[in-house]
Design a protein around this ligand. Structure first.
Ligand code: AMP
Length: 299
């Protein structure tokens, strides 16, 4: 089964304490799509401008990502720039240029409307709702968000939450949404807004799932050298959805294992700038780290 992914398709200019790299391939949908592609076929919905480098289109194609839903419009590609502190869990946005995203309202190709697994990666909640409106009967719908939408589009986001199976957000966003300090208290409150499954990401400290069967704590893979964590959250949920789309049995039974695969795939994303490491990855390397995580957490 394939995964339909909508989100930002961007050029990212990233600054870390050690290096600076302009105009890399980025965006929530790009990171999520590449991560998901290690597990299942991906259909991408996004928009780029005429300045979007051809080699980035080739990169999507090398990952067999279906680009029928990617529009190329006159104008500039969404450009985001961010700078990391020495503690790479902390980052500030330097610049967001919406470009062609400003007026983007996609019409889904027919072949996309029946996708069983849908990932609404970080983008305006009105757009996430708009895409979901065009789906016939997805089996499982997940969404991610960011602080910006909690600030400027809360009403749309609350509408979306009622339509989701899984909502993924990071700990500061969970605090912002619920005003709870404890992630466990926040998880309980978020369920009341709609989603059956909620995952709170805690950067290099892993993630926590809350489901009808209780909590599950998923570790981050222990990395000694983080080069650039941009997109790790997107890679996490992208890989999770890719894994879920091909796993046998019920979603409930597979979701914890999917988180481990998400965590490992995200770890590779952090080891290079932008998508440089993730795109060289082999499935066998993912399986090796999954086994290591299994050993690290067994007692
Ligand atoms: P993450 O590190 O998981 O927060 O994801 C970073 C990615 O989000 C980058 O590749 C950016 O291009 C993308 N991004 C940043 N700001 C926005 C925004 N306002 N809407 C959608 N995507 C964004």
């Amino acid at each position: 089964m394939s995964v339909l992914i909508v989100g930002s398709t961007a050029l990212d200019s990233i600054k870390t304490p050690k290096a600076e790299n302009p105009r890399l391939l980025g965006g929530s949908a790009s990171h999520a799509a590449v991560a998901a592609s290690f597990f299942s076929p991906v259909k991408l919905i996004g928009v780029v401008g005429e300045d979007f480098p051809k080699q980035y289109l080739q990169l999507y194609k090398r990952h067999r990502i279906d680009l029928e839903g990617l529009q190329i419009l006159p104008g500039k590609t969404f450009h985001w720039s961010g700078e990391y502190e020495l503690n790479m869990n902390n980052r500030r946005t330097l610049l967001t240029e919406l470009g062609v995203f400003e007026t983007f309202t996609p019409t889904l190709p027919k072949a996309y409307q029946n996708a069983a697994f849908v990932l609404l990666a970080n983008i305006a909640p009105s757009l996430q709702n708009h895409v979901l409106n065009q789906m016939s009967r997805p089996k499982f719908v997940a969404a991610d968000t960011m602080d910006l939408w909690l600030n400027i589009a809360l009403e749309d986001l609350l509408k979306l939450l009622k339509r989701l199976d899984l909502f993924v957000l990071n700990d500061s966003e969970a605090h912002q949404l619920t005003k709870e300090d404890s992630v466990f208290a926040a998880l309980k409150k978020i369920h009341k807004l709609g989603p059956k499954y909620v995952i709170i990401k805690k950067g290099s400290h892993g993630s926590i799932l809350s489901s009808p069967k209780g909590f599950f704590i998923c570790p981050a893979y222990p990395l000694q050298n983080v080069v650039d964590p941009t997109g790790a959250g997107d890679a996490f949920v992208g890989a999770m959805m890719g894994y879920l789309a091909t796993a046998k049995g019920s979603v409930e039974a597979n979701i914890r294992r999917a988180m481990i695969y998400g965590s490992v795939t995200a770890s590779f994303c952090c080891e290079g700038f932008g998508l440089t490491c993730a795109t060289k990855l082999k499935r066998t390397q993912i399986e090796k780290r999954v086994k290591e995580l299994e050993k690290l957490t067994r007692f």
